[in-house]
Ligand binder design. Structure first.
Ligand code: ATP
Length: 257
């Protein structure tokens, strides 16, 4: 396999970008490229996510959506471009430092510890939070967002239904109290009704708590209903950005690809 292209910014501490203004986006990505060997999976991508905004990232299988999320979160090296989070240049920063700075990533596969209970999973998600009272408050908040998790709090995560596991993996991410969530297909494997419910909860977290979310979804209509804007990705490039309500009215997205 061809060697990875030189990574940009790996291991470098974040440095200040231009001074950020109150109206500035929380995340600004400029001309980002990420490759597997010589093959560019994400090419010259520029996107923004505002504070308290839910933004959808849409496209066919293999378009580069997951690679983009991983590159932004620090799980995939970046070969070109710049990522600015909350006024700090953080291109190629490690995921551990990105979590500390307020990012979280929930992968498409349910990321739960199967042999631990629901509560133990949540506590593990908040292991960096030293104050037990704060940890408890966060668990309570997650229970109020996803009441089924409270009902199942003593149950082993591996025995939860697929939908419950999705909610738990989002809950684990929320335990670090992120300001920006990268969500990869939160409705994967859920019934349309449950998918809508999970996405509605995410929208509430954005509108009530000011959480910013970049969400990848195959369920285009459901994603557009909870987003303010959408980016459409084709073979690694952004081919269109538009307000979600405009995209919803179009109703024939797949023609774009
Ligand atoms: P899906 O909707 O199917 O999850 P996606 O839009 O998230 O797709 P990616 O998973 O980002 O797409 O993949 C983009 C391209 O990069 C694809 O052509 C894929 O085969 C390739 N790719 C992904 N991961 C790797 C890897 N680890 N090594 C080599 N190529 C990869």
């Amino acid at each position: 396999m061809a060697p990875e292209p030189p990574a940009v910014g790996n291991g470098q501490p974040a440095r200040a970008a231009e001074p950020s203004l109150p109206g500035d986006p929380l995340l600004r990505v400029t001309s980002l490229t990420a490759a597997y060997g010589k093959r560019e999976a994400v090419c010259d991508v520029s996107i923004e996510v505002g504070r308290g905004e839910v933004v959808a990232l849409l496209g066919h299988n293999g378009a580069g959506k997951t690679t983009l999320l991983k590159a932004l979160f620090g799980l995939k090296s970046v070969s070109q471009g710049e990522v600015v989070f909350d006024g700090q240049v953080c291109t190629g920063r490690s995921y551990a430092d990105n979590v500390k700075a307020g990012m979280s990533f929930t992968p498409a596969e349910a990321a739960v510890f199967r042999d631990l209970s629901v509560l133990e999973n949540l506590e593990l998600g908040g292991f960096t939070v030293e104050d037990a009272g704060v940890r408890r408050e966060r668990v309570e908040k997650i229970y109020s967002t996803f009441p089924i998790l409270e009902e199942r709090r003593g149950q082993m995560a591996g025995t939860l239904s697929g939908g419950e596991q999705r909610m738990l993996s989002i809950g684990i991410a929320l335990m670090s109290d992120p300001r920006l969530m990268f969500l990869d297909e939160p409705s994967l494997g859920l019934t349309p009704a449950l998918a809508q419910k999970v996405l509605e909860r995410i929208r509430e977290l954005a509108s009530v708590d000011g959480l910013s979310v970049l969400v990848v979804e195959q369920n285009v209509r459901a994603a557009l209903r909870v987003s303010s804007r959408a980016y459409f990705l084709r073979t690694g490039r952004i081919i269109l950005e538009e307000p979600a309500e405009v995209a919803l009215a179009r109703g024939h997205w797949w023609d774009l690809f």
